[in-house]
Write a protein that binds this ligand. Sequence first.
Ligand code: PEP
Ligand code: MG
Length: 376
Amino acid sequence: TPSMTAGINPKNVVGIVTELGGKTSHSAILARALEIPAVVAVSDFLGQVKDGDQVILDGDAGCVFVNPDVSVEKEYSDKRDAFLAEKKELEKYIGQPTVTKDGVTVELVANIGKPKDVEKVLEYDGEGVGLFRTEFLFMDRNSMPTEDEQFEAYKAVAEKMGGKRVIIRTLDIGADKQIDYFGLDKEENPALGYRAVRICLNKREVFKTQLRALCRASAFGRIAIMVPMIISVWEVRTVKEILERIKEELKEEGKEVGDIEFGIMIETPASVIIADELAKEVDFFSIGTNDLTQYTLAIDRQNAKLDMFYNAHHPAILRMIKMVVDAAHKEGIWAGICGELGADTTLTEEFVNMGLDELSVSPGMVLPVRNKVVNM
Ligand code: PEP
Ligand code: MG
């Protein structure tokens, strides 16, 4: 599960194989953030290995070899050396701007799930945090984190990132991220169910606690707030009203609140179609291609059997991204991608040409993407 993966100590785990899930399941995303090679959706893996077996795991190609012969072992030990050498080579881009040869700048930032992931963002020179998935603060515990606990977590990230922007996403639970103490009912179609902003607008106290913590932390760095799973202008306006009331409340209590940029995730087909209207309401768009692909192609991102059909390069997705960028620019706001597709270096050039202003990728992908941008 995502919470088990989040709890892994990368010092003790060199690789992960799962029988279930897809490439954009949250367990896979977290493994990527920890730089642990992972292969998902290997059917009956546990029926085929036993303690003491030697296993080679190729996270790029998505294959696993059990007790390989010496030639495969040699091939992979060479591949591993080449991979590490290439990684080392990319360190030359640390401290360099992410600008194309003809002078187009892309903001290259990173995704995190826990405050401690900031260490990797700094190590790989992420220019900020483009997506902080706050739901992981709510997992692996028996009750909600208090306002003060959340405040400390958000403040720590904002401070560690110095003056760089940290985009913090409001709670996105439901679907594959279940939290027992929320007591959510079992649903027939959880991905189409009670999740993210839908829960926040119903459980107002939970939402207000998080927004208060975020507003308070905004006095200690450059915090932006982003809301997931938006499908309507009404939701955006309602969230903005709640946020404004909280800012007032805090000011009345004598607490300082910084300037907060406010954005939304574009991850439903509905939000793409009405992006022109939504752009009038917010400061930025961040495209969540993981969910956008799932909802556009009608393919459950969790379903291991559908991996061969889950094609984030589908022309429908690429056209939608372009539509969103154009709608954003028409209203003078910026647009980025924070889904896994943002790190797909085969598309970097296309994204820059589409006019995307920002790409938010797992920390380990910052330098490979910068390499693409500076050489295009
Ligand atoms: C997305 O859907 O692309 C996204 C970034 O959010 P998550 O993967 O957490 O659903
Ligand atoms: Mg999403």
